[in-house]
Write a protein that binds this ligand. Structure first.
Ligand code: GUN
Length: 292
């Protein structure tokens, strides 16, 4: 069994990005600059954003963190988005999700200039991704593609099962695995209302679990030799940990690791790659790779 090490792969890619940034700056160019907008104090979001700021440092980027309290109005948040859209110093920015219930998340996403939408959540980027045009691709699916590529996992013509249909992971992942220029696989998407879910999972050569349910994928759902990618990061209470919780993947790792030919751990698998791909998207934004 091959352990697909996202942490090590992300470190390699970040040093590749840092080298590129050094050469841009040496040539008189501007350091890429990512801004992150964080609303409230959700523990998971705080951690993600903190790690994004640290990753910026590792890559030689400038970063700006803009914070609002939970009770910020939608108008105030939209004003902030408009300012970031207009600010030439900022190459790309993200609004960390989820947002409080009184804010229309979709309205905020659509207010972001798609040329600065390094999360790849704006409908222009989602649409362009779906038809294979150059664009910002959302970081988690992009990170998974990169892991498969760097670990030489053959995908063309293989059966790929995506568990979960979220806008951030499941849907774009399925779309990318389907496309000839990316996965070129035969793709099945399964979700909470799918029939024969276990049997369908067992047909997968590549199983990508993104349903947010701890240890959902058990040994009997995995074909011997399958490649298993675990996107889950649910916080499970654990009094033996200093933080009071541990991160649990969607896959029962201990049971599945002896059946799979390759598997990502949690933590240290997909998570570090997601942040790393956000850095790559920010570099692309700074270099005007997709849009002038
Ligand atoms: N919340 C969970 N994942 C993400 C992400 O990739 N981007 C943003 N903006 N919010 C998230």
């Amino acid at each position: 069994m091959t352990l697909i090490d996202g942490k090590a792969t992300a470190a390699t890619i970040k040093s590749e990005i840092a080298a590129r940034v050094a050469s841009i700056v040496e040539g008189g160019g501007k350091r890429p600059h990512l801004a992150a907008v964080l609303v409230g104090h959700d523990g998971g979001s705080e951690t993600y954003v903190k790690n994004k700021v640290l990753a910026c440092k590792a890559c030689g980027f400038e970063s700006t963190l803009i914070r609002f309290e939970d009770d910020v109005t939608e108008d105030k948040l939209l004003d902030c988005v408009a300012e970031l859209n207009a600010d030439d110093c900022i190459d790309g920015f993200i609004v960390q999700l989820p947002l409080p219930k009184h804010i229309n998340e979709q309205r905020v996403i659509e207010a972001i200039d798609f040329r600065k939408d390094v999360d790849g959540f704006h409908p222009v980027n989602v649409g362009r991704m779906a038809i294979g045009l150059p664009c910002f691709i959302s970081a988690t699916p992009l990170g998974i593609l990169e892991l498969l590529r760097r670990y030489n996992v053959a995908t063309s013509g293989k059966r790929c099962v995506v568990l979960g249909r979220s806008n951030i992971v499941g849907k774009p992942m399925a779309s990318l695995m389907l496309q000839k220029q990316y996965g070129d696989a035969t793709v099945t998407v399964l979700h909470s209302h799918s029939q024969d879910l276990k049997q369908e999972c067992r047909k997968a050569d590549i199983l990508i679990a993104a349903i947010g349910s701890p240890s959902f994928v058990t040994a009997d759902m995995v074909k011997p030799g399958a490649v298993v990618i675990d996107v889950g990061t649910t916080r499970v209470p654990d009094s033996s940990r200093e933080r009071g919780f541990r991160l649990s993947g969607d896959v029962d790792f201990d049971a599945v690791k002896d059946i799979a030919s390759a598997i990502t751990p949690v933590p240290g698998g997909v998570g570090p790659m997601t942040i790393c791909m956000l850095m790559l998207n920010t570099l692309a934004a700074a270099e005007k790779k997709f849009y002038a």
